[in-house]
Structures are given as C-alpha cells and as structure tokens.
Design a binder for this molecule. Structure first.
Ligand code: 6GU
Length: 225
C-alpha cells in the first residue's frame, strides 16, 4: 500500500514513520510512505500556498493550485483509490474505518492548515474527509500520522504473532484486559494469582471477564450492539 502525504510541514512527518512497526512495514516493502512539500507546487516566486478569503473574515485559506498541481503530478504516475482530506469536520476515524482503508492500494492524504482549504479542492478531488476526534489541532499532519499508523498495522504481513492486532483493544469489540510482567510482587503490589496458576482456560476466562468489566465501566457504548 502506498501513501502520498501532501503538507506544508514535511519535516513534521519525517520521524513518525521512521520507527518500530511503521519502519518495518516500509523495509519489508509492504507499505510505502512518501511526504510531499506543498510549497514545491506553488505557482509564484514567494512559494505561497494560501490567500485571503473571498467574502472577508479572519485567517488565510489554502489555495487550490498547489494542491491541484501536486495531485495531478501524482495521478500521472499511478491511479489512486482514495484522496483523503484530514479535517476536524470529517468522519471520525475508528477501527472499522482503518480496517476498510487497509484494503486499499494507493492513497493520497491532504493535510490542511490555517482557517481551511478552498472548498473546490474538496469538491473536485477529495473522496473522503477524516477527523481523528472531537478536538481541534493546528494542522492535519499529526492526524495523518495517526491515520497511517492505524491503517498500516492492519495490512497483512506487517504484524507478527507477537504484535498481533487480533488482541488489540477494539479489534474484538472490547477493551484489553490488564497486563502484567515481572516482578510478581512490586513493593507489595501483587500480580493477580490466577495469572501465575498456569491454568490456560481459567486465565482466558479471567481475561475475558476483565475486558468486559473494563469496557462496561469505561466504554459502555461499545457494548450497545
Ligand atoms: Cl483531521 N485536523 C485538525 N486540524 N484537527 C483535528 C483533526 C484533523 N481531527 C481532530 N482534530
């Protein structure tokens, strides 16, 4: 799967993909993540990518031409299944959306800034608008990194047995049960006896019980259906 991310802050997106599972997915050739600097596609000498809003008001609006030139250049190289715009007024990302997107081929992600982007970019190019939650961030870069991480770890071959997505919170519709490792006694705080018992069946039942209790307490909405 290939991601082309278009941003005014390419430096901000160098490190998030250079570690751990995302790095391994790229080394293995399962995911390709390419960051493009929007300014490189500006049409003027000042390399500007925004302008004053028609109709007045505060804040600048990102112009259509730089995005259009970058997207058109990419589309000449290959076909894209989705052009995603990261925006707080998009559809909220969840695990089922990440699952769906992990089945796609090539995807372009647009990161917005300032007050927003010219509506015509959304009308002409964007196939999907995605938010990562009900709060406002300064730009779409961190949300884009979150989206790519959530998707890439679900592509077959990226995770091994040890890092399996199958036991993730949400994957089974429940939050995870509590986890413990050595020491069994930390300053009097004991690991639950059952986990030391070696009874696989009892341990699995205990974990399921804990997951249910935690979900009921913290996220009852997940149990509704
Ligand atoms: Cl996708 N962008 C911005 N700027 N803020 C957000 C967001 C996206 N999702 C939640 N807050």
């Amino acid at each position: 799967m290939r991601f082309d991310i278009i941003t005014v802050l390419p430096d901000l997106l160098q490190s998030p993909f250079a570690h751990s599972i995302l790095q391994r997915a790229q080394t293995k050739g399962i995911a390709e993540i390419v960051v493009h600097s929007l300014r490189d596609y500006s049409t003027n000498k000042q390399r500007s990518v925004d302008d004053y809003p028609y109709g007045g008001g505060s804040g600048m609006v990102m112009s259509i031409e730089p995005f259009a030139r970058c997207i058109d250049a990419l589309k000449e190289q290959r076909t894209y299944d989705e052009i995603i715009f990261m925006t707080p007024d998009g559809v909220t990302l969840n695990q089922s959306m990440a699952n769906e997107l992990s089945g796609k081929g090539n995807v372009i992600i647009l990161c917005g800034h300032y007050k927003g982007i010219d509506q015509r970019i959304r009308d002409i190019y964007v196939t999907r608008e995605v938010s990562i939650g009900d709060y406002v961030l300064s730009g779409g870069e961190l949300p884009a990194a979150v989206l790519v991480d959530a998707i890439v770890r679900l592509i077959p071959g990226v995770l091994n047995d040890e890092t399996s997505a199958l036991s993730d919170s949400f994957q089974g519709g429940l939050l995870d049960a509590p986890l413990y490792t050595r020491p069994a006694d930390y300053k009097g705080h004991q690991v639950p006896e059952i986990l030391l018992s070696g009874h696989e069946l009892k341990i699995n039942n205990w974990r399921h019980e804990q997951a249910l209790a935690r979900t009921l307490k913290r996220r009852p909405d997940l149990l509704e259906d």
